[in-house]
Design a protein around this ligand. Structure first.
Ligand code: F6P
Length: 364
């Protein structure tokens, strides 16, 4: 019997369970393969005793429609930077990658499928260089991985953000308010851009197009002058005013901590007030609602395709590669290509042009 171990790493994402179901259903068509899952990313492998669960047809039945991940996840560290408290109670990182590779051999694991975002793909590349038979599956609601047209989870996040805009529109109209919606996306503006178009927002602020607050005011005033006493602003959590520093360029740790403060909507409202913009304003931070719950049909399908392809890559021994979607095909790309550069919104892309074409201001 051969064994493939699956791990889900980083933030959870709608569609993770559908990927695992795809892997298991495809593997069960082969006589000699067993699928196991490591609990909480690689924690399950490194723990003593190990925490590994068998994933079979029964375990994965019907899970394609469930959010989260049945094997759990964590975004703390990873085998190359394992967090531990030293004798003085201070957190440090230790490299446990060699130990992990040995443990995988001991557990009789022939191949690993790691489902994760850019951080996980980087770890996979390093493990591959250590000789591990490993395949990657891209996962992120942020859609910021460049080697694939889309990641599963993104469309679900956009759907939830769009529904939030729809709900804000009616309350904004009733109260004549400017309502600011902060959405996730890390250092990329994809969720904000898509939700702003789908929801019909007036302003969309994204990290890739630093905004001029005066231009934002101008767009809002133009609307007020046309007799509309309300407006919706969608702001990505990584958005910055002109002259500000991109969080991705500060340092990953600082950027990540700042994103978690959920402060950009608040800052925008405060700055608008400070320059004399008098509308009644409120802010909403959508947060983890964008990550929880059932995936859309699109994400279930993409995740299932990724799962089936990942197992087929194991059969073909295409190690050191990540599954990717290049419309209309599901292909494999080397990890190196996948982690080479992030996928940010090009300010001159057609999607931005479309948004501008329907009157959405980016404050540029
Ligand atoms: O990468 C997915 C994501 O949800 C980002 O959009 C967000 O910035 C980050 O994770 C939040 O991370 P955490 O769940 O650790 O707060």
């Amino acid at each position: 019997m051969k064994r493939v171990l699956v791990a889900t790493g980083g933030g959870d994402c709608p569609g993770l369970n559908a990927v695992m179901r795809g892997i298991v259903k495809r593997a069960s068509q082969e006589k000699d393969w067993e699928v196991v899952g490591s609990i909480n990313a690689y924690d399950g492998v490194l723990k003593e005793p190990t925490e590994i669960m068998v994933l079979d047809d029964k375990t994965v039945a019907g899970i394609h429609k469930d959010g989260g991940t049945i094997i759990g996840t964590t975004n703390k560290g990873g085998p190359f930077a394992w967090p531990y408290k030293n004798k003085d109670g201070v957190w440090e990182a230790v490299d446990r990658s060699d130990e992990m590779v040995r443990k995988l051999q001991y557990l009789g694991v022939d191949a690993v499928i790691s489902i994760g975002g850019d951080g996980s793909q980087r770890i996979s590349q390093q493990l591959y260089e250590k000789g591990l038979n490993i395949i990657g599956v891209p996962k992120t609601i942020d859609n910021d991985l460049s080697a694939t047209d889309f990641t599963f989870g993104f469309q679900t996040a956009v759907q939830i953000a769009t529904e939030a805009v729809d709900r804000l529109v009616t309350t904004a109209a009733s109260h004549n308010r400017v309502l600011v919606l902060e959405v996730m996306g890390r250092y990329a503006g994809w969720i904000a851009l898509h939700a702003a178009i789908a929801g019909g927002a007036e302003v969309c602020l994204i990290p890739e197009i630093p905004y001029d607050i005066e231009k934002v005011v101008k767009r809002l005033n133009d609307r007020y002058n046309k007799g509309k006493g309300n407006a919706i602003v969608v702001i990505a959590e990584g958005a910055i005013p002109k002259g500000g520093s991109l969080l991705s360029e500060v340092s990953d740790e600082v950027g990540y901590e700042n994103l978690r403060l959920g402060g950009v909507a608040h800052k925008l409202v405060r700055d608008l007030k400070s320059i004399g913009f008098e509308a009644d304003m409120r802010e909403t931070v959508l947060g983890h609602l964008q990550r929880g719950g059932t995936p859309t049909a699109y994400d279930r399908i993409l995740a299932t395709q990724f799962g089936v392809k990942a197992f087929e890559m194991v059969l073909n021994e295409e190690y050191g590669q990540m599954v990717a979607y290049r419309h209309p095909n599901i292909i494999s790309v080397p990890f190196k290509e996948a982690i080479d550069r992030p996928n940010f919104v090009d300010p001159n892309c057609d999607m931005v042009k479309t948004a501008k074409g329907v009157g959405i201001s980016f404050g540029d």
